[in-house]
Design a protein around this ligand. Structure first.
Ligand SMILES: Nc1nc2c(ncn2[C@@H]2O[C@H](COP(=O)(O)OP(=O)(O)O)[C@@H](O)[C@H]2O)c(=O)[nH]1
Ligand SMILES: [Mg+2]
Length: 305
């Protein structure tokens, strides 16, 4: 008898910073989704395709669900809900370490989506993440209880996206939510997002990691040049900032910051593309871009890729 093949889409959702993108990268064993310690790093619902001998899961990594304030957040939350609507199953991620000592905060911080995810009628499970960061483990019990109270009857999986603990059981639960269906994509395809977009994300990730305070939230990255030669990809990116003062911060003393961003991004791009990479960066001021909906959409903010 042929083994059953399952396929379909699963949305990874939850508050910002719960570890959704880290989990996706860990399942894929490749870096698709950008990760940083700052909430609000993910700006699109980006797909990551996981293919095994008997299943293909199209994961949607989504921006954190919070109460939308401002144009950018409104688009981010919209993108997350579009991905959820297109999915056969949902995994709600919460940060187990964050709520260990204050389980009551879980109800507050999941408020923007807790009820809606139930009424959608899409199957879902809950992942309590970052258990590697909770000691002693007994401190997790309050978080698990708070989840059980929030979503009665729903299966809850303690996991660590960082160490992989609990990952297998969660993946089994994910597969169980999917219908029997043939694969939709070739086995080696990692995402439906264009490479150019993934490249821009790699540069943006470095800006998120290397810039302080509110500045990461005022930078956007767009690829303007992309030329492939044998063994070499030339990439030109524009880094948009919303204020002159931010431009100086991005460039840094004597260009040091931009150089460090470029170096780290180039190494990651080389990994992604499997070629040498020649990376050029320009920093442009575009006043108020964060509130400019047409420009945000042009950048892919709030898109499902
Ligand atoms: N200790 C620990 N940190 C984690 C884990 N998963 C994610 N993180 C960290 O939490 C932060 C937010 O992760 P990210 O994947 O960007 O969260 P997202 O906003 O939900 O996509 C990053 O600094 C991650 O390295 C985990 O399982 N354990
Ligand atoms: Mg993310």
């Amino acid at each position: 008898m042929q083994p059953v093949h399952r396929s379909g889409s699963i949305a990874l959702i939850g508050p910002p910073n719960a570890g959704k993108s880290t989990f996706l990268n860990s399942v894929l064993g490749e870096k698709i989704a950008v990760v940083s310690p700052k909430p609000g790093t993910t700006r699109t619902a980006i797909t990551g395709i996981w293919t095994t001998a008997t299943a293909q899961v199209v994961f949607f990594d989504t921006p954190g669900l919070l109460l939308p304030r401002g144009t950018m957040n409104r688009l981010l939350v919209e993108a997350a809900w579009s991905a959820i609507a297109a999915s056969q199953g949902v995994v709600v991620f919460v940060d187990g370490a964050r709520y260990a000592d204050r389980p009551a905060a879980l109800a507050r911080e999941t408020h923007p989506f807790a009820k809606r995810v139930v009424t959608l009628g899409v199957p879902f499970v809950v992942a309590v993440n970052k258990i590697d960061h909770v000691t002693p483990k007994a401190r997790l019990l309050a978080v698990l209880a708070a989840c059980a109270e929030r979503w009665p009857g729903v299966d809850i999986f303690p996991v660590s996206a960082r160490t992989g603990e609990g990952k297998e059981r969660l993946l089994e639960a994910i597969l169980a939510m999917l219908p029997e269906a043939p694969p939709l994509y070739p086995p080696d395809q990692l995402s439906t997002a264009p490479l150019r977009f993934l490249a821009a994300e790699i540069v943006r990730e470095q800006l998120f990691l290397q810039l302080r305070q509110e500045i990461p939230y005022h930078v956007a990255v767009e690829v303007e040049e992309w030329v492939e030669e044998p063994g070499m990809t030339h990439i030109g990116v524009v880094i948009f900032v919303s204020k002159i003062s931010h431009k100086a911060m991005v460039i840094g003393k004597g260009g040091a910051r931009l150089k460090a961003v470029g170096q780290a991004a180039r190494a990651a791009l080389k990994e992604l593309l499997g070629t040498k990479v020649y990376l050029e960066t320009w920093v442009k001021v575009r006043e108020g871009w964060v509130e400019d909906e047409a420009f945000l959409r042009e950048l892919g903010v709030g898109e499902v890729l």
